[in-house]
Write a protein that binds this ligand. Sequence first.
Ligand code: ADE
Length: 221
Amino acid sequence: MKIDILTLFPEMFETIFSHSIIKRAITEKKVEIEIHNFRDYSKDPHHKVDDTPYGGGCGMVLTCQPIFDCVESLKTKDSKVILLTPDGLPYKQKVAYELSKEKHLILICGHYEGFDDRIRTLCDYEISIGDYVLTGGELASMVLTDSIVRLLPGVIEEESHKNDSFNNNLLDYPTYTKPSVFRGMEVPSVLLSGDHKKIEEYRKEESIKKTQKRRPDLLEK
Ligand code: ADE
């Protein structure tokens, strides 16, 4: 998979993908991530990328030209263009799975007070990572990239994301490691029993119980 990220703040991405699983995925060429400063595409003599809003109002609005030109220079027939915006589709694990099947993603990070609404015509998806407003789409694009890359074939064992929270609308079951007793807190005995059928049943029950308690809205789905 190739992921192109369009931002005015490329420095924000300098270390975020150089650790752990994402770093390994890049080294093993399971994903290629490229950061583009769309200011470089501005045809304005001063490389301006924003202007005042028509109709008045506060703040500056990202203009169409740099973003259109940048996207059009990267786009192929295999590309999906995604705008990160608080008024987008709520981001869910199901969406991460869908996007992980794509060959090429172009992520556009909005900034400042907003962007010219015509930029939406470039996009296949508009995505929000939650009901709160960030100063820009950079953190949101990092969240998408991380959650998608870990689902790419061979990045982590399929078994580990099969049991992820939110799969089948259930939260993850509790896990434990050694020692079996820590400050008087015991690991549930079934996990020490070696009975795989019982362990599976226990985990399923715990998943359902936790979801009922913490996220009953997931079960209603
Ligand atoms: N940009 C600003 N806030 C955002 C959010 N919640 N999700 C995606 N992009 C954003």
